[in-house]
Design a binder for this molecule. Sequence first.
Ligand SMILES: Cc1ncc(C[n+]2csc(CCOP(=O)(O)OP(=O)(O)O)c2C)c(N)n1
Ligand SMILES: [Mg+2]
Length: 303
Amino acid sequence: MTVEEDLVPDVGAVPVEALRVFGRTAPDATREEITAHLREAARAVRRRDIKMVRAAGLGHIGGEFSVIDILVTLYLHAMNVAPDRLDDPDRDRFILSKGHAAAALYTTLATAGFLPPEQLGTFMQPLSPLNGHPARTKIEAVEASTGPLGHGLPIAVGTAFAGKLDGSGRRTFVVVGDGELQEGSNWEALMTAGNHRLEHLCVVVDRNRLQQGAKVSDTNDLEPLADKLAAFGLEVVEVDGHDHGALVDAFAAVPAASGRPTAVIAHTHKGHPISFMSDNVAWHHKVPSEGQVDQALAELENS
Ligand SMILES: Cc1ncc(C[n+]2csc(CCOP(=O)(O)OP(=O)(O)O)c2C)c(N)n1
Ligand SMILES: [Mg+2]
């Protein structure tokens, strides 16, 4: 398979666009209102994200667009978190194990009210806290520093174990890439989660079937993934990772009645929903040209 390597085109000044703070879904919202809120927020996050990547000349747009619907559903609806309760010991925890999708996390945090939207304009600039991978010591809302693959899930298992020892009902959500699951450290962590029945842990697999420069199945196939996760003691749910309603239901079911940790296999598309990026391995960390940004923004309007 040929992969384009003209990753960084000439990057000029990109006009900064304010990101609307959508905030959480209303407590009395209907299902239609909830999914409409999440759909609009995800569209705004994708718009801001692609402009950030273009302006910085760096980013991982493919894996960001595959995970945005998951992040938006967690922060704007599913998780028990709020910007004014960052130190609440019983808040839910989130760890982006696939830390290379940092720009998706930052834009989601901004639309959820955890970061000033204007700070997004500093992404990847010298001295900015918005690094290419999330840093816990630089952003208060970031629970764990990630980037080296295979570490976020083990941290999440420890976080969930601590919650269990505390007798807390707080939940720990972690998103791992499917290519990332090739790292052996994940399976040691999953074995621990299953053995200790960490029912407040939810492992979300961004199952976009691509890693860097290749298909996961051509590199080190994960299938049968659901059977493997179940064999390690997890309750497994499979959803369309771009269907906000399905994601709402999957996260609402944590902790599972079985008392097992939950694994949500979220079937996604890298670069979704942009025609020239979707399922295209070249867009792992390619930077769009100005024309490509314009085309993507036009397609987002109609998505
Ligand atoms: C330990 C480690 N090895 C290699 C990398 C470089 N790297 C960054 S992203 C990536 C591919 C990850 O694929 P996947 O987990 O499927 O992520 P996604 O498709 O969601 O972008 C690689 C190899 C890294 N960050 N950490
Ligand atoms: Mg992948």
